[in-house]
Unconditional design. Structure first.
Length: 252
């Protein structure tokens, strides 16, 4: 009886802990490991009575260790899907910054502990605020908890189809970032071409003294003017990420 009670809470806890370790916002350096552990415990206690029956396996056996490893990896894989969603906007900001001449202006990203351009940092802060304001964290947890029904504990690991979908998710990040940054990249490319024509027509013009501040001001104006289409793109990409989580566990 004690073994069954332990397994009913232990294996869901490992999947939830793995998810919180890799999920956006909660899985960043801004949230300490102790807080994530407490959140995982609270979620486990709240949802464990509602989950399907756990497999009748001795908690101290090798089969139990295999199931535990599977749950941790499943949680990390589902959290990675949403982590890619946030990195999509970081990559888009990186592309825009490099084109407008702000590639050298970098600052430390406190969420990931790496240096990114200021434009990427702006996009990252904006998307995190939108994610919380639109209850994305609640939808994220809801879709994740549904994975216990689509892929119950002890039913195995992600299939080859699910793993290939996860591997292809990186390509989705780059393609989505390119679509998001394409208007700004096209406009800045035309401006760069025009500056090249001006330089050929007037060689005495110092392109570095005139072109850099001009590109910087125009780039900031383009970013401001394209903010109107930011929310629809965020909504579409978030829905695709949540659908990807569902597809991964359903194909397993």
């Amino acid at each position: 009886m004690i073994g069954g009670w332990v397994s009913a809470y232990l294996w869901p806890f490992f999947r939830i802990a793995g998810f919180l370790m890799a999920a956006p916002l909660l899985g960043t350096q801004l949230v300490s490991a102790r807080i994530r552990m407490m959140l995982a415990l609270l979620l486990t206690v709240a949802v464990a009575p509602l989950l399907p029956a756990m497999p009748a396996v001795d908690p101290l056996s090798i089969a139990s260790m295999i199931i535990t490893a599977q749950q941790v990896l499943i949680g990390i894989a589902l959290g990675f899907v949403l982590q890619v969603l946030l990195q999509l906007f970081v990559v888009a900001g990186q592309l825009i910054a490099m084109q407008m001449g702000l590639g050298f202006a970098q600052m430390v990203d406190p969420t990931n502990g790496v240096s990114v351009t200021v434009v990427s940092q702006f996009h990252l802060m904006l998307v995190m605020i939108l994610f919380l304001a639109m209850n994305g964290h609640l939808a994220m947890i809801e879709v994740f908890l549904a994975s216990f029904t689509a892929l119950p504990v002890g039913a195995g690991f992600l299939t080859q189809v699910g793993l290939w979908k996860l591997a292809g998710w990186g390509g989705w990040m780059f393609s989505g970032a390119l679509v998001m940054a394409l208007p700004a990249l096209t406009s800045l490319l035309i401006i760069n071409f025009s500056m090249g024509v001006v330089t050929r027509a007037a060689p005495q013009l110092n392109i570095f003294a005139v072109g850099f501040p001009f590109m910087l001001v125009v780039g900031l104006g383009i970013i401001w003017s394209t903010m109107g289409g930011y929310l629809p793109l965020f909504d579409r990409y978030t829905r695709q990420a949540l659908d990807m989580m569902t597809v991964m566990v359903q194909s397993s």
